[in-house]
Design a binder for this molecule. Structure first.
Ligand code: AMP
Ligand code: MG
Length: 400
C-alpha cells in the first residue's frame, strides 16, 4: 500500500504533467481568492508623489526651529503649485502632496500657532520628517504580487492602487461529483429503512467551492457497473471527476471496474491511512478522477489531502499546502503501526501553545466529529503513541 506522501507525490506529478488549466481575465471586484497567472509588475510608483504622513505644517527644515508665516493650507486631492518660500509654512493634511520648496512636516500637536493662525512656531525637524517619499513603497517595475499568489485583501488592494482593474487568473476547475450507492437518497426524501441521505455530496460541493472550484453534482448512481461506466464516460468532459463510495473491496463496489470499462487506467488504489484507505486515482486523458471513499468523514479527509492540492494546482496556485504546526494532545493517543491516522480536533490557544481537543468519536462514519474541526492531527504510520501532554503535527484547516 502507498503511504500518504507517496500517493500525494504521484498525484502531484500527474497534475504537473498536465499543468494548470487555461487562464481568464476577470474584473478585480470578482478576483478574490483566485490565483494570479503572472507576477504583477508595477506600472506606477507608490506613492506616486511625495505627500504628508500627518496633519501638520509643511516647511523647510533649514528654517527650523523658528516662527514662520502661514501662507495657506493644502488638502488631500488638491496639489498646491505655489512654492513654500523661506520663512513660511503651509498647513498640510495627511495624503496631500508636499508643495514645492517644503522638505519636512511638523505635526499639529508639536506646533504653536498664534490665535489668528497667521504665524506658527515649529520645533527643529529633520529633512523628510513625516514625508512619504515618491516610490518608497513600490518602484515602477517591481514584481509586487508573485505569480501563483492567492488574491487576498492585501494583494487586491495593492493591484488596485496600481490601477489594475482586471487580473489574469487561472480558470476555476469544473468538478463533477458523482455519488454512488443504492442506499442513497436526496436530502429532500425521508429515508426508508436501509436508506441514508447522500450527505457526502454536500461535503464535496462545499469543499470544492472553498478550494475555488466550480462543482456540479451529477446525482446518485446506483451500484451497477454499467450505469457507473456510462456516468463516468459522460463526466470526462469535466476538469476533475470525484466519485464517492463504491471504491472499496465490497461485492457491490463497482467504481474501479466501471473506470476500467470506461477505458481509464487506474494509477493508484489504497493509501495507508485512516480514515480513507480505499482511495483510487486515475487520469482519464487530462482529467484527474478521484474515487473517494463513501463515508463522509473519509471523503472529507481524502479531499483535504489529495483533491484540494490538485484543485489549487490546476488554478495555478504556487502554494497548495495547508500550514502545519505542532499541537499538544493533553490526553495523548495510541494507535497501531501500519497506517497514518488523521484525528479530527478543535484547537484552543494556550499562550504560545495550541491545545488540540481531539473529537471523542473518530469513526469514519462519525460525522459529528468533523463539525467545528479546525485541525487534522497527522500521526505517521510508524507512530504508536503520543504521551499525554505530548505534541504531534497538525494540518491547520481554515478557521471557521
Ligand atoms: P462504500 O464505500 O460505498 O461501501 O460506502 C461506505 C459507507 O459510506 C457506507 O456506510 C455507505 O452507506 C456510506 N456512504 C457511501 N456514500 C455515501 C454518501 N454519498 N453520503 C453518505 N454516506 C455514504
Ligand atoms: Mg457503496
Amino acid at each position: 500500500m502507498l503511504t500518504v506522501d507517496e500517493a500525494r507525490a504521484r498525484i502531484g506529478a500527474q497534475i504537473r504533467t498536465t499543468g494548470r488549466l487555461d487562464t481568464e481575465r476577470v474584473p478585480i471586484w470578482e478576483a478574490r481568492g483566485r490565483f494570479l497567472t503572472a507576477a504583477w509588475l508595477a506600472g506606477r510608483a507608490l506613492p506616486a508623489w511625495a505627500n504628508s504622513a500627518m496633519d501638520g505644517f509643511a516647511a523647510r527644515a533649514a528654517d527650523l526651529p523658528g516662527t514662520l508665516v502661514v501662507t495657506g493650507a493644502v488638502a488631500a486631492g488638491h496639489p498646491r503649485a505655489e512654492p513654500v518660500a523661506a520663512g513660511t509654512a503651509v498647513r498640510i493634511m495627511t495624503g496631500a502632496p508636499l508643495p514645492p520648496g517644503a522638505d519636512t512636516v511638523v505635526m499639529f500637536e508639536e506646533s504653536h500657532a498664534t490665535a489668528d493662525g497667521r504665524h506658527v512656531t515649529l520645533p527643529a525637524a529633520p529633512v523628510g520628517a513625516h514625508v512619504r517619499h515618491a516610490g518608497e513603497d513600490v518602484a515602477v517595475g517591481d514584481a509586487v504580487v508573485p505569480a501563483g499568489a492567492r488574491l487576498d485583501a492585501a494583494a487586491l488592494a495593492l493591484i488596485a492602487a496600481l490601477g489594475g482593474d482586471h487580473v489574469e487568473v487561472g480558470r476555476r476547475p469544473r468538478v463533477a461529483i458523482l455519488s454512488t450507492g443504492d442506499e442513497l437518497v436526496d436530502v429532500s426524501v425521508t429515508p426508508r429503512p436501509g436508506q441514508i441521505v447522500d450527505s457526502s455530496a454536500h461535503a464535496l460541493r462545499a469543499l470544492c467551492a472553498d478550494a475555488g472550484a466550480a462543482p456540479s453534482y451529477l446525482g446518485v448512481i446506483p451500484d451497477r457497473r454499467d450505469e457507473l461506466a456510462a456516468a463516468l464516460r459522460q463526466a470526462r468532459d469535466y476538469d476533475v471527476v470525484l466519485t464517492t463510495g463504491g471504491v472499496s473491496a465490497g461485492d457491490f463496489d463497482h467504481v474501479r471496474g466501471a473506470l476500467a470499462d470506461a477505458g481509464v487506467v487506474e494509477d493508484l488504489w489504497k493509501v495507508a491511512m485512516k480514515p480513507g484507505k480505499p482511495l483510487s486515482f486515475s487520469m482519464a486523458g487530462a482529467t484527474p478522477v478521484f474515487g473517494l471513499p463513501g463515508n463522509p468523514v473519509s471523503t472529507m479527509i481524502s479531499f483535504e489531502l489529495f483533491v484540494r492540492p490538485t484543485l489549487l494546482a490546476l488554478q495555478g496556485a504556487a502554494d497548495t499546502e495547508r500550514p502545519r504546526a505542532p499541537v499538544v494532545l493533553p490526553a495523548g493517543y495510541q494507535k497501531p503501526t501500519g497506517r497514518a491516522h488523521y484525528l479530527r480536533a478543535r484547537l484552543q490557544r494556550d499562550g504560545e501553545r495550541l491545545i488540540a481537543h481531539v473529537a471523542a468519536r473518530q469513526g469514519s462514519h462519525m460525522m459529528s466529529s468533523m463539525v467545528g474541526c479546525d485541525a487534522l492531527i497527522e500521526l505517521a504510520a510508524d507512530v504508536t503513541e503520543v504521551a499525554p501532554g505530548g505534541t504531534a503535527p497538525a494540518l491547520l484547516l481554515e478557521a471557521r
